[in-house]
Design a protein around this ligand. Structure first.
Ligand SMILES: [Zn+2]
Length: 476
């Protein structure tokens, strides 16, 4: 048997537009339930939809970023089904005529390149949200009804959960770079639905295709796909019967369970939406959108590696978010050493942002100010250790590095007469360490260095202290 996993990914992304897809209700997260609705998004009789141009633009933007073709003409379709969160009893979607199609995506997994085909990226509207209370009652919030939703579908080209993880991480970064969505999975703004089965490439024999519904973290996708592949192997070996079906991921117990046996497209009675004319995006407009695309994460990563000799991993961390990448290049442009800048950004800066739950855009330390701090370390005005405290002060107050150093009297002490006095004092107060050092115990020097650092609140120049202590002890 030559069975191998075949995985496809369907990703839904709420677009970051001001208003909803077919009405003027505000598109925002977290408003009071049912406070962002109107007759159009509630599907009341006589209401008519008007498409949101920005949403169409965002799907074209995404399609172009994924190397898709943009349709010269396409139509919306009605997908008919009843569900309490869908007051119209149909969803306006796209069926046989997607807005963009036929793209591809290059993955980098364990040093190997892999090409994933993008089948389509199309436009539809989101549904409302059912909320099931512990006492058995169910409530429905229609605020989400009609929010512009983009669906990005790949061909079943993934062969491992790891490839899915890398794709989703990269796709999320792209969506943020091109500013079409916050792509926040915790808020449900981006949701993924993998399809999984095993196919024998020699015989064409396959296990039934299973779709896993609405996963809202990359980790759940990874775990659910991994579980499902193993389940298919198990069933194949034991001969247990399998079905084409939709399954749900049970996070708590780390397993998938049947939700419903697979419905087919026929069940939805798709038909062209009679209330909307076909979309015909002008060629010029498409070219304008193409020209406005920023440098995408993979290209930027490549450039950082080549221009600043950053390691692959560092470039990945820095480009995960566009603002961070821009910030990095500004530190370097302000004169900082690229390596020192990346170490500081990934260490102290990201550490501080995480601790304070801040985004880099909220950071009070401008890139030029961080470059100035690095210059103070470089010139031995302050030690690397003290610079960490200076950085936190800068971030809290918005002061420059010079201002903090001056106000707190933190300049590194490199004055030889002052250090000479402290060296004598350290030797006088640590007779045991002196004796140990003289009998060949190198480490005993640490006690004396420590004494001087303590006396100067860490401001003594450590290299100089070391050198002077050794000279003095050598003369004794
Ligand atoms: Zn509305």
């Amino acid at each position: 048997m030559a069975f191998a996993p075949c995985i496809g990914l369907e990703v839904h992304v709420e677009l970051d537009t001001e208003s909803k897809m077919f009405c003027q209700c505000r598109n925002e997260f977290g408003a009071a339930p049912n406070s962002r609705c109107c007759p159009v998004c509630l599907g009341l009789p006589g209401s008519l939809p008007v498409p949101n141009r920005k949403a169409v633009e965002y799907v074209i933007r995404t399609g172009l970023a994924l190397d898709c073709q943009v349709a010269e003409r396409c139509r919306f379709a009605r997908k008919n089904y009843f569900y309490p969160d869908l007051p119209k009893n149909f969803q306006i979607s796209q069926y046989d005529e997607p807005l963009t199609y036929g793209g591809h995506f290059h993955l980098q997994v364990n040093g190997q390149q892999k090409r994933i085909r993008i089948r389509r990226a199309h436009l539809e509207e989101d549904t409302g949200k059912n909320i099931h209370l512990p006492d058995g009652r169910s409530l429905v919030d229609y605020n989400r009804c009609g929010i512009p939703l983009m669906e990005i579908v790949t061909e079943p080209d993934f062969s491992s959960p790891e490839e899915c993880r890398v794709y989703l991480t990269e796709l999320r970064a792209i969506l943020r770079y091109i500013e079409v969505s916050t792509a926040n999975m915790e808020e449900g703004v981006m949701r993924a639905e993998p399809t999984v089965n095993l196919i024998d490439s020699d015989t064409g024999e396959a296990t039934p295709m299973v779709e896993i519904k609405n996963l809202n973290s990359i980790k759940s996708v990874y775990e659910a796909v991994k579980y499902e592949i193993q389940r298919h192997w198990r069933c194949l070996e034991s001969g247990e019967e399998m079905y084409q079906e939709t399954r749900l991921w049970d996070e708590q117990n780390s397993l998938t369970a049947t939700m419903r046996r697979k419905e087919s497209a026929d069940d939805y009675m798709y038909f062209p939406e009679p209330d909307l004319v076909p979309l015909v995006p002008e060629h010029e407009w498409i070219e304008e959108i193409r020209a406005s695309l920023p440098e995408l994460p993979s290209a930027l990563r490549q450039r950082l590696v080549e221009r600043y000799e950053l390691p692959e991993y560092g470039a990945e961390v820095i480009t995960a978010d566009r603002d961070t990448a821009v910030y990095y290049e500004q530190i370097v442009e302000a004169g900082a050493d690229p390596k020192a800048a990346s170490n500081w950004l990934m260490g102290d800066v990201m550490g501080y942002l995480n601790e304070q739950s801040l985004e880099i855009a909220d950071l009070k330390v401008a890139p030029e100010q961080l470059a100035e701090l690095l210059a103070l370390i470089e010139s031995n005005t302050i030690s690397g250790k003290i610079a960490k405290d200076v950085f936190v002060k800068m971030a809290e107050t918005g002061q420059s590095a010079q201002e903090v150093v001056k106000a707190e009297g933190l300049q590194q002490i490199s004055d030889e007469s002052e250090l000479g006095r402290l060296v004598d004092e350290a030797i006088a107060k640590n007779p045991k360490a002196v004796e140990d050092f003289k009998s060949g115990k190198e480490r005993a020097l640490g006690a004396m260095v420590g004494y001087i650092m303590g006396q100067t609140r860490g401001q003594a120049n450590p290299q100089l202290v070391n050198q002077m202590l050794r000279e003095k002890l050598g003369q004794m």
